[in-house]
Design a protein around this ligand. Structure first.
Ligand SMILES: [Zn+2]
Length: 333
């Protein structure tokens, strides 16, 4: 069972509430999808069909995909028909503030990323959550699930290999009468394996290359004519900027080389990324990192220079995938 409708609703409420604050009119903006009817949208947001129709100046109940509807939030009791179920005892709530990351939140509460994911298994991303998203802070490691309608608690516990006594204690269940369909149940010690795997895959996709330096592009990837009928293959992208400008890691990874290259690169930094790709940063005036060090995307690694075979201060950037240099222009975001 991987459905956690309650949590999804909770996150949606947080997102909708933000929208309302931002828009200041107290509306959720809904784009009509194929298959949507006025009645189903009204039901989704816990508002009457007439009120929804009136709020949008609709003559009848006819709406088309792509139509934009404004759903008044005051009348919708917070945005959704399905109220967010309360988490079990010991959970706290944290609203993501500007500048915060999931890592900073876990440090703040002294919990692991796995624990945070276990309490919020429906997060869409580890790195790109918007400000205002509400997170549940768990009392410990475990997985928060919804007890679906028609599901037996014992089947649920067996599916996750959860300890019934620990679950009963964590959720203050003293009798079967304490169980309600749709309630959130905390399964202590159960690892959120599926959510962690999904989020790791998302992170990998998200972890694209950013510009390590901005400046003027003075030479592109590919064959370059040297005149007199000779040419050479330029394995990177040259970005010219003043000496001493900061070069940052295009993507997070581990430093595998930081020093003088005898092959014309001058002061060279190489970073190995998840999956085995590498980025090379050449001609630096100064190197700010050392071999073995982990760097985050955007972290300073060197200063622009003109060391090695170079005619002026610039960064020569190479991206290697499966041991072969590829055109950085196609990768940088
Ligand atoms: Zn170059």
């Amino acid at each position: 069972m991987r459905s956690h409708r309650g949590l999804r609703a909770l996150l949606a409420v947080a997102a909708t509430a933000c929208l309302a604050v931002g828009a200041a009119q107290g509306y959720a903006v809904v784009v009509v999808q194929p298959g949507d009817a006025l009645g189903s949208i009204a039901q989704r947001y816990g508002i009457g069909v007439e009120a929804l129709s009136e709020a949008n100046g609709l003559g009848g109940n006819l709406i088309r995909p792509g139509d934009v509807l404004h759903v008044p939030l005051q009348e919708s009791r917070g945005g959704l028909a399905e109220p967010a179920p309360a988490p079990p005892v010991g959970f706290r709530r944290h609203t993501l503030a500007a500048g915060e990351t999931l890592s900073s939140v876990t440090s703040l509460y002294g919990i692991t990323i796995a624990a945070l994911v276990g309490a919020n298994p429906d997060l869409s991303s580890l790195d790109r959550l918007p400000v205002g998203v509400e997170l549940l802070i768990p009392p410990g490691e475990g997985l928060l699930v919804t007890l679906e309608y028609g599901m037996e608690l014992m089947d649920l516990l067996a599916a996750y290999g959860a300890d019934p006594i620990a679950v009963a204690r964590a959720n203050e269940i003293r009798s079967p009468f304490d169980l309600r369909p749709g309630m959130l149940l905390f399964l202590p010690g159960v690892e959120p394996t599926a959510a962690l795997e999904r989020l790791a895959a998302v992170r990998e996709l998200e972890n694209t290359y950013v510009w390590p330096l901005h400046g003027r592009l003075t030479s592109y990837f590919g064959r370059r004519n040297l005149g007199l009928g000779t040419s050479t293959f330029h394995r990177g992208l040259d970005i010219a900027a003043p000496t001493g400008s900061t070069i940052v890691a295009a993507r997070s990874g581990t430093i595998t080389f930081a020093g003088w290259s005898s092959q014309g690169y001058g002061n060279l930094v190489k970073i190995r990324h998840a999956g085995g790709a590498e980025t090379w940063y050449a001609h630096a005036s100064r190197i700010l990192v050392r071999v073995g060090q982990g760097v985050s995307q955007g972290e300073p690694i060197a200063l622009v220079g003109s060391t090695g075979i170079s005619t002026g201060p610039h960064l020569h950037l190479e991206i290697h995938v499966a041991g072969r240099a590829i055109d950085p222009l196609g990768e940088l975001r």
